[in-house]
Write a protein that binds this ligand. Sequence first.
Ligand code: IMP
Ligand code: MG
Length: 205
Amino acid sequence: MPVSTILKTNRSSTPVPPRLRAEVEKILITDAELAQRIKILARGIERDFRGREMVVVSLLNGTVLFLADLIRHLNLPLRLDFIGVSSYGAGTESGDLVFTKELRLDVRGRDVLLVDDILDTGKTLSRVLPKLRALKPRRIKTCVLLDKPSRRVAKVKPDYVGFTIPDLFVIGYGLDFAERYRNLPFVGVLHPHIYKEVLEHAAKK
Ligand code: IMP
Ligand code: MG
């Protein structure tokens, strides 16, 4: 199992582009660091799957950028499908989960790689994994770009982790806050004042 790269909060980093300075406090992971790490992750996955065809099951919407970069480095036969999961509300916690898209490919007897953007409390994966297991795949390996182990409440252990990060709310490279910032090419830390305003507004309603 590949070890992840553990990141500290105060790492020297590239300056935030001027347009984003009011919203993004700092860059936690640059695009170059993402690219380098994802290549290594892909190599580890390739080695474990040994050329067997896999079904990549990716959770929408946060995985889009990570997934696109990961699978182009996977030199083995694969099929790709998505499960849509969404949590209600615009907060920073995963609330009640709703499935917005069901899996279409048949995974019975197959090797599955489940991909998510970030493992936080673990509630999402602990809802999705039993659903997948019920479809009787040969095995399921889980891969997340980011892991925030300090926030875990559900017992989930990912097989592949890109970066282990501190308890910070991060955005960019597919990750959103209230559906924004997914297009940023880096992983950044959101200024707390951005989500505090939204949370306070929501609490008043
Ligand atoms: P969990 O269910 O708490 O493990 O959280 C998983 C989901 O919550 C992820 O797929 C994200 O959509 C969201 N999430 C958790 N932490 C963050 C974050 O720091 N930034 C953006 N989204 C997050
Ligand atoms: Mg998500």
